[in-house]
Design a protein around this ligand. Structure first.
Ligand SMILES: C=C(OP(=O)(O)O)C(=O)O
Ligand SMILES: [Mg+2]
Length: 423
C-alpha cells in the first residue's frame, strides 16, 4: 500500500529559545516526505509527559540526542512498514513500546515528533490539507486568535506576576479581521510604552515585557491600547489572562507569593477575591490557571464563583491528560481545558482529551508552547479540532506568525465556507 511507512529519521534542531528540540522526518513508500518539530514549555505542569533531555555537557544538559536516537532506532524499527493513515494504531504502538505512564523511556519529545510527522505524511499522501485529514470535511471553523500582548512571570524578566495577557478579537467578522485588530493593537501598545519610557523588549512568546508598577497597571495599558486603536473593549476585543499560578506558588497549596511585582503573599481566597475585582473592572473573557495545579479546591471555588461569567481554563492542573480532565469534570474544577500536544505526547491522546471536553460541555483552548519552532502543525490542528480559539503568541516572532499565517491561508482556501465565532 502507498501509505506504508518506509523510513523514519530524526534530527536535533533549535527552538525559539535557542534550546535543542526534536525534528522527525517520515518517508512513505509512495515517496511522500513530511517532517514535524516538537515545541517545549517553560512553565510546565508537574504531570506533563516527560521531555527527554541528555543531561550531559552539551547545551547545558538540554541536548536531545537520546530522544533522536530513540526515534531512529527503537521507534523506527517498530513503525516502519505500518500504515501512516492508522494514526491511533501508530500512537498506541509507541505508547506500548515506551511502557511508562509519562513517556519517560523514549521521551514524549521523540514520540510526539513521530506522531505529528506521521499525520502530516498521511495527509500529504492522500492529497488532503492537514486540517481536513484530521478534522474531516466539516473542519471549517477558524479559531479566534488570542494574541499574547504582554508577558510576565516565567516568560519575562520584568515586574509583572501574571504570565500572559492576551487580546481576544471575538467581535471581528473573520479570522483575517481579528488578526488585524490584534496586530494593530500590538503596535499601538508599543507606541504607548515608548511614550511612557517603558521597555518595548519582548518575552518568550513575543508579548511586550515592560516593568509595570503593578499587575493592574499592565492590564490598564492594554485597555488603553485597545481604545487608542479604535476598538471597543469588551465588544470588539476583550482580554484573556494566564496567571500560570504555579510559578508564584511554593510548596503549600495556599502559599502564593507575587514576588515579581512585590505585591507579596496571598492566600487562594485572596487571589479569588482579586479576580472578582478585576472582572468587575476590566473586560476579561477568559482566565487560565488562576490558581496553582495543587490547588484543586481553590480552582473549584473559582469556577463556582466566576464560571458563568468567563471561561476558566486549566492548563498545568490537567496537562492535556484525560485522567486529570475526567477528575476536573467530576469536581467542576474548571469549565475549559488548555490543549497542548506535547503535554501528553501523541496526536491521538490529544484528540481524546478534546473529545472528553466536548462531551462534558467544556470548552478547550488550543495552545502553542513558549518554546516553539516554525512548524505550523498547531494551526491545522486547531481548525481540525473545531476549538474556536487558540493562543500562539504575539505579532512579532516568526515561529508564532507562521501559525497565524497558516490560518490566514486556511481561511482563504475555504473561500466563503469558513466560520469565525467565539462560541
Ligand atoms: C504556553 C504556556 O507556557 P509554557 O509553554 O511555558 O508552559 C502556558 O503556560 O500556557
Ligand atoms: Mg498556561
Amino acid at each position: 500500500m502507498d501509505t506504508l511507512i518506509e523510513s523514519i529519521y530524526a534530527l536535533e534542531i533549535l527552538d525559539s529559545r535557542g534550546n535543542p528540540t526534536v525534528r522527525v522526518y517520515v518517508e512513505l513508500f509512495d515517496g511522500t516526505r513530511a517532517y514535524a518539530s516538537v515545541p517545549s514549555g517553560a512553565s510546565t505542569g508537574q504531570n506533563e509527559a516527560l521531555e527527554l533531555r541528555d543531561g550531559d555537557e552539551r547545551y547545558g544538559g538540554k541536548g536531545v540526542q537520546k530522544a533522536v536516537e530513540n526515534v531512529i532506532t527503537t521507534i523506527a524499527d517498530a513503525l516502519e512498514g505500518m500504515d501512516a493513515t492508522q494514526q491511533k494504531e501508530i500512537d498506541y504502538t509507541m505508547i506500548e513500546l515506551d511502557g511508562t505512564d509519562n513517556k519517560s523511556k523514549l521521551g514524549a519529545n521523540a514520540i510526539l515528533g513521530v506522531s505529528m510527522a506521521v499525520a502530516k505524511a498521511a495527509a500529504q499522501s492522500l492529497d488532503l490539507p492537514l486540517y481536513q485529514y484530521l478534522g474531516g470535511t466539516n473542519a471549517v471553523r477558524i479559531p479566534v486568535p488570542c494574541m499574547n500582548i504582554l508577558n510576565g512571570g516565567e516568560h519575562a524578566d520584568n515586574s509583572v506576576d501574571f504570565q500572559e495577557f492576551m487580546l481576544v478579537p471575538h467581535g471581528a467578522p473573520s479570522f483575517k479581521e481579528g488578526l488585524r485588530y490584534v496586530a494593530e493593537t500590538f503596535h499601538i501598545l508599543k507606541g504607548i510604552l515608548k511614550e511612557r519610557g517603558l521597555a518595548t523588549s519582548v518575552g518568550d512568546e513575543g508579548g511586550f515585557a515592560p516593568d509595570c508598577e503593578s499587575n493592574e497597571a499592565a492590564i490598564e495599558l492594554i485597555i488603553e491600547a485597545i481604545e487608542k486603536a479604535g476598538y471597543k473593549p469588551g465588544k470588539d476585543l476583550s482580554v484573556a489572562v494566564d496567571n500560570a499560578a504555579n510559578s508564584f506558588c511554593s510548596n503549600l497549596k495556599d502559599n502564593y507569593d507575587l514576588v515579581w511585582s512585590g505585591r507579596g503573599k496571598m492566600t487562594s481566597d485572596d487571589l479569588i477575591a482579586l479576580t472578582g475585582e478585576w472582572l468587575d473592572k476590566y473586560p476579561i473573557i477568559l482566565w487560565e490557571d488562576p490558581l496553582a495545579e495543587k490547588d484543586w479546591d481553590g480552582f473549584a471555588k473559582f469556577t463556582a464563583k466566576y464560571g458563568d461569567r468567563i471561561e476558566v481554563v486549566g492548563d498545568d492542573i490537567f496537562v492535556t491528560n484525560t485522567k486529570y480532565i475526567k477528575e476536573g469534570i467530576e469536581k467542576k474544577t474548571a469549565n475549559s481545558c488548555l490543549i497542548k500536544l506535547n503535554q501528553i505526547g501523541t496526536v491521538t491522546e490529544t484528540i481524546e482529551a478534546v473529545r472528553m471536553c466536548r462531551e462534558a460541555g467544556w470548552r478547550y483552548f488550543l495552545s502553542h508552547r513558549s518554546g516553539e519552532t516554525e512548524d505550523t502543525f498547531l494551526a491545522d490542528f486547531a481548525v481540525a479540532m473545531d476549538g474556536g480559539h487558540l493562543k500562539t503568541g504575539s505579532a512579532c516572532r516568526g515561529e508564532r506568525i507562521a501559525k497565524y499565517n497558516r490560518l490566514l491561508e486556511i481561511e482563504h482556501e475555504l473561500a466563503g465556507r469558513s466560520e469565525y465565532r467565539w462560541k
